[in-house]
Design a protein around this ligand. Structure first.
Ligand SMILES: C[S@@+](CC[C@H](N)C(=O)[O-])C[C@H]1O[C@@H](n2cnc3c(N)ncnc32)[C@H](O)[C@@H]1O
Length: 248
């Protein structure tokens, strides 16, 4: 909560919201802020997309309480409709279908072993592919990498499931450079995690459910969130990337 109140975050939220608004070519529709936290990005979306229905979803009561507090202070005649839903994510029983846009910003979805086993039963092909990609990095850290790859893939499937065909997913991910600067291994891992079909997608990549339309990198101090959590000095510098994916 403290970190999201920084100037760097305020600037990033404004930038991401205006990017989303530029993609929203209709006068009205449904936009979902997946893992919305205290809703600081949601707030900007409501202001920029007055005709739209905006839904914020998060698992934290405390975060949603914060979000509702600012929402209650908004003028009651605001044109956009705004709703909140508390749910553990990823979640394939959300009462949301056919959204036009799903936004997923600065993800840090926390799940346990029980959830992972449950999803491994549901998505065994993804699990096998995540293991194969993780093993290519060598033995050290392979289990943690597998966990990250597999759960991110499940989350991407969940994001796709909320959208109508042709709907858009806007992701803002902590990043340390432009996509094309990543190593080949990291590019493949990213495509797998987001479920995308990109230029240079390896032939054996299973079942893409998004196609990547755009990706931009912005240097920003928001990367320090990662440093604060990991204490890894590599994350003292970097920024975030905004990716635009279309649901296949
Ligand atoms: C780093 S914050 C980002 C919040 C927001 N998107 C933003 O950019 O300000 C991650 C959010 O994910 C939520 N979260 C983490 N694990 C979750 C889970 N398993 N289910 C639901 N929400 C979760 C947290 O409550 C938190 O609000």
């Amino acid at each position: 909560m403290q970190r999201t109140a920084s100037d760097a975050h305020a600037e990033a939220y404004a930038n991401i919201a205006s990017y989303v608004a530029r993609q929203a070519r209709k006068r009205k529709g449904l936009i979902v802020d997946y893992a919305c936290g205290a809703g600081l990005l949601t707030k900007q979306l409501v202001q920029l997309l007055p005709g739209w229905r905006v839904l914020g979803v998060d698992g934290s009561r405390a975060m949603l309480r914060r979000a509702k507090a600012w929402a209650d202070r908004m003028p009651q005649d605001r044109p956009a409709s705004l709703e909140w839903l508390r749910a553990k994510l990823p979640n394939f029983s959300l009462p949301i279908r056919e959204a036009d846009i799903v936004v997923f910003a600065f993800p840090n979805i926390i799940t346990g072993d029980k959830e992972r086993s449950h999803f491994e039963g549901m998505y065994s092909t993804d699990s096998a592919e995540a293991r194969r990609i993780a093993a290519k990095r060598g033995k050290a850290g392979a289990e943690a990498l597998y966990d990250q790859l597999f759960m991110n893939r499940v989350i991407a499937r969940n994001l796709r499931g909320l959208l109508r065909k042709g709907g858009l997913c806007v992701r803002a991910d902590y990043s340390q450079g432009d996509r094309h600067e990543l190593t080949r291994h990291d590019q493949v891992a990213t495509m797998f995690e987001e479920g995308s079909l990109n230029v240079g997608t390896p032939r054996r990549m299973p079942d893409p459910f998004f196609t990547l339309l755009d990706s931009r990198y912005y240097p920003s101090e928001v990367i320090r969130d990662v440093y604060e959590q990991t204490e890894d000095e590599d994350f003292l510098e970097g920024g975030y990337s905004v990716s635009l994916l279309k649901a296949l």
